[in-house]
Design a protein around this ligand. Sequence first.
Ligand code: GLU
Length: 311
Amino acid sequence: MNHTPQQICQALEEAYQYAAQWVGKGKMPDFIPALEHEDPRRISVCVTDLEGNTYTAGSYQGRFSLQSISKIILLEQALQDSGEEVVFSRVGVEPSGTSFNSVYRLELIEKVPANPLINPGAIASASCLTGRNKEEKYQKFRALAGELLNDPTVDYDPVVCDCEMKTGHRNRALASMMLHNGVYTGDPEEYLELYYRGCALRVTAAQVSYFGAVLAGDGLCPKTGRRLLSREHSELYRALMATCGMYNTTGRYAVQVGIPGKSGSGGGIVAAARGKMGLGVYGPELDGNGNSVCGMKALEYLSRALDLRSY
Ligand code: GLU
């Protein structure tokens, strides 16, 4: 069923009011000290339809850290640069059943990370970027992110990136472990920094909803109809989001929301309702698994109100 702009705006406003009731129920991400001081009341709820119209409720213009949502874009760059054979020799496509920065699996279960949406998987994707040096690799990735987020000026926040480079000891351990395991050769510090720059991209919820619309539209730009992602890659990303997108809460999210989604510890969530619309929500407080508490509530509301369930 197609919704009128009025119906979408009303659903967004209601979803925003509903989500706001959960302010104070989560925790700020203390594992990234640079993000600890965001305002927990700053919630945004946005939708972009497949014609490129964006609808918003809440403080949608505020920027936040893309964090884990960037893992999808990093994977796309890895696939463009090195192809499926190389990428999927370094990372799998199965849910991990462990937290996003767990070291346990790489030591005791499998040498290769379970999927590209957990930290070691994204670091493995970063190892597949090609270019003469780190800067060239980053600029290519940044240009792709600019297209997919409809913001050619998008860039990373050096304060957040440096903070993670200094304090992300588990991720450094994961990057070194993969070198030890023979997942890749080269410089794990470079892969780690490329990964962190992606995480530190500064975005708005409206831009995240636009990215959701690209995924929902099988890779077409919702404004111009130009192809930004192949149909196959869009299917791959939606499948990974559906099975691995919300860390250890992926099952509960599937039950409650039922739209392929990917959360980031910066408080954002992207969701892609195929053939319908993209959703971008933000609320900085996280649940115990690293997902935005208010963002999840907003998606739960919108899924029902706009009949967006995919499964
Ligand atoms: N930069 C964060 C980390 O590596 C990303 C975690 C996330 O968003 O899941 O810990």
